[in-house]
Design a protein around this ligand. Structure first.
Ligand SMILES: Nc1nc2c(c(=O)[nH]1)N[C@H]1C(S)=C(S)[C@@H](COP(=O)(O)O)O[C@H]1N2
Ligand SMILES: [Mo]
Length: 254
C-alpha cells in the first residue's frame, strides 16, 4: 500500500538534504577562512634562527625530545670478540709522525679554573676498563669491525671531578704537537661507549694507532677518533677541528 505521506517525505528529504549541503558548505568555507587566517598569522610572526617563531617552537620541542630520548640512550651495535679484525687498518698519521716519549708523556687536562692535570698512563689504567667491538667507520668509505679497550670518558671525568667541565658544550682534544685536533659535542663525549682507549685486540696500542692513548668514539666517524691525545680542554665554543676546517661536517656522526 502506498504511503499517503510519501509526497511529504520526499519533500522534507529534499529540504533536509539542501539544508545539510548548505551547512557543509558553510563549514568548508569557515575552515578555509580559519586556515588562511592561521597561515597569515604564522607568516606575520617574527623569525627565530631562520624559522618563523611558531614553527621554531615545534622544531625546538622536537629537538629536545630527540636529544633527550635518543642521543644519550642509543647504543652503537656491538659485536662478539670473534668478529674483530686481526689486521686492523691504519689511516691518518697527522700529528703522530714523530716519536712519542713514553716516560714523559702525560694526558694534560686543562681545567675550568686554569689548572692543568698531568695524568700518566698507569693512572688511567687504574680506572674501570671497558672493552668494545664495533664497526669502525671512516668517511672515506671503508669500515671494519675492531676491538678496543679503555676507560669510558664519562667515568674518567667523574673520577677527576670534572663536573664544571662536563657542563660545557664541547671537549677539545689535540695531539702533543697540535698537528691534529678535534672538537666533540659534550653529549657524544659523555656517551657510554666513548673511551679513552689504550688497548687494541687486548694489547697496548701500536704507535701508529695512537699509543699511548687515543679516543674511541663509536657514535662518530673515524676522523674524530684522535690518536695520541696530548691535551684535553673544555669550551662552550666549538673547538678547532682539523677536518671541519677542511670542509667536513663538524659533527660527523652516524
Ligand atoms: N692523530 C691523528 N688521529 C687520527 C687521524 C690522524 O690523521 N691523526 N686520522 C683519523 C681518521 S680520518 C681515521 S679514519 C682514524 C683511523 O684510525 P686507525 O688508524 O686506528 O684505523 O684515525 C683518526 N685519528
Ligand atoms: Mo677517516
Amino acid at each position: 500500500m502506498k504511503n499517503p505521506n510519501s509526497k511529504l517525505e520526499e519533500f522534507v528529504d529534499a529540504k533536509s538534504i539542501k539544508r545539510k549541503s548548505v551547512v557543509a558548505f558553510c563549514i568548508f568555507f569557515l575552515m578555509l577562512v580559519v586556515g588562511f587566517a592561521t597561515w597569515k598569522w604564522i607568516n606575520n610572526q617574527p623569525t627565530d634562527q631562520g624559522a618563523l617563531r611558531p614553527l621554531r617552537k615545534v622544531l625546538d620541542v622536537n629537538e629536545k625530545f630527540f636529544s633527550a630520548f635518543f642521543d644519550s640512550t642509543k647504543l652503537v651495535k656491538e659485536y662478539p670478540l670473534s668478529a674483530a679484525a686481526k689486521k686492523v687498518r691504519v689511516n691518518g698519521i697527522e700529528g703522530i709522525r714523530d716519536n712519542v716519549d713514553e716516560d714523559t708523556w702525560r694526558l694534560n687536562v686543562i681545567k675550568d679554573n686554569g689548572d692543568t692535570l698531568k695524568i700518566t698512563l698507569d693512572e688511567i689504567k687504574l680506572l674501570p676498563k671497558k672493552n668494545i667491538v664495533f664497526d669502525f667507520k671512516c668517511i672515506e668509505g671503508w669500515s671494519q669491525v675492531t676491538h678496543w679497550a679503555g676507560v669510558p670518558l664519562k667515568e674518567f671525568m667523574k673520577h677527576y671531578h670534572l663536573k664544571n667541565e662536563a657542563m660545557k658544550k664541547y671537549v677539545g682534544l689535540s695531539t702533543p704537537d697540535h698537528g691534529y685536533y678535534v672538537g666533540i659535542d659534550m653529549p657524544s663525549a659523555l656517551h657510554p661507549q666513548t673511551l679513552l682507549c689504550y688497548e687494541m685486540n687486548g694489547k697496548a696500542l701500536p704507535k701508529i694507532q695512537g699509543y699511548p692513548l687515543r679516543l674511541i668514539i663509536p657514535v662518530k666517524y673515524g676522523v674524530k677518533h684522535l690518536k695520541r691525545i696530548g691535551t684535553m680542554y673544555f669550551s662552550d665554543k666549538k673547538p678547532a677541528d682539523y677536518w671541519a676546517e677542511r670542509g667536513y661536517d663538524y659533527y660527523t656522526g652516524h
